[in-house]
Write a protein that binds this ligand. Structure first.
Ligand SMILES: CC(C)(COP(=O)(O)OP(=O)(O)OC[C@H]1O[C@@H](n2cnc3c(N)ncnc32)[C@H](O)[C@@H]1OP(=O)(O)O)[C@@H](O)C(=O)NCCC(=O)NCCS
Length: 174
């Protein structure tokens, strides 16, 4: 039976530092290193939610807003924002801690899609998610448009079938 789970139940938080081998010539973290860490945190959240092995289906959005320097303490927070049938959208927020003065600054964010699979690698249906906070509800609402955009770009949905995106553009034009 498909049941509803809360977002906090699968939220995943990974904290780690940035080593010299993970930085470029300017001493800042490689983008690929951050993508790998976000993928790891996101996949754990998706596995916790679904209780299944998951695979990364797409990286829908990544914004590298601020560089992250060597020695920084980086916290990656991954939360399932919406479940469709076998796929899940996961939001990843990245924070850099100011361990001298205290506090933290948001440096990056990304949106990944994971698919739960069975022992043969075939997509399998998963439990629904119930957003509770305002932010969780906002991300849940927007997920349908982001999913259609991702499927259009992947060639899995015809542009004229992307009805949610059309509604969005119609609203922006009016
Ligand atoms: C992702 C994968 C399981 C999809 O399998 P598939 O046979 O194409 O299955 P479907 O087309 O039915 O898609 C399954 C789900 O994924 C979603 N999906 C597939 N591609 C997607 C994309 N680009 N963006 C968003 N969602 C996507 C579908 O919408 C569907 O979701 P739903 O069941 O919630 O409606 C398959 O392509 C795969 O195993 N890819 C390799 C994954 C991997 O190895 N990742 C790591 C790369 S190193």
């Amino acid at each position: 039976m498909v049941k509803k789970k809360k977002v906090f139940e699968s939220r995943t938080i990974l904290t780690d530092t940035v080593l010299p081998s993970e930085t470029n010539a300017l001493g800042n973290m490689f983008g690929g290193e951050l993508l790998a860490r976000m993928d790891r945190a996101g996949s754990i959240a998706a596995q916790r939610h679904s209780g299944r092995v998951v695979v990364t289906a797409s990286v829908n959005h990544v914004a590298f807003k601020k560089s992250i320097s060597q020695g920084s303490i980086v916290t990656i927070e991954a939360s399932v924002s919406r479940v469709f049938t076998t796929s899940m959208e996961v939001f990843i927020d990245v924070w850099v801690e100011d361990y001298v003065r205290g506090g933290r600054v948001k440096s990056n964010e990304a949106i990944y899609t994971f698919v739960a699979v069975d022992d043969h690698g075939h997509p399998i249906e998963i439990d629904e998610i119930e957003p509770e906070t305002d932010l969780e509800k906002e991300r849940y609402q927007g997920a349908l448009q982001r999913r259609q955009l991702s499927l259009v770009l992947a060639g899995k949905l015809k542009p004229h079938e992307a009805t949610e995106i059309k509604v969005l553009f119609d609203k922006l034009e009016s």
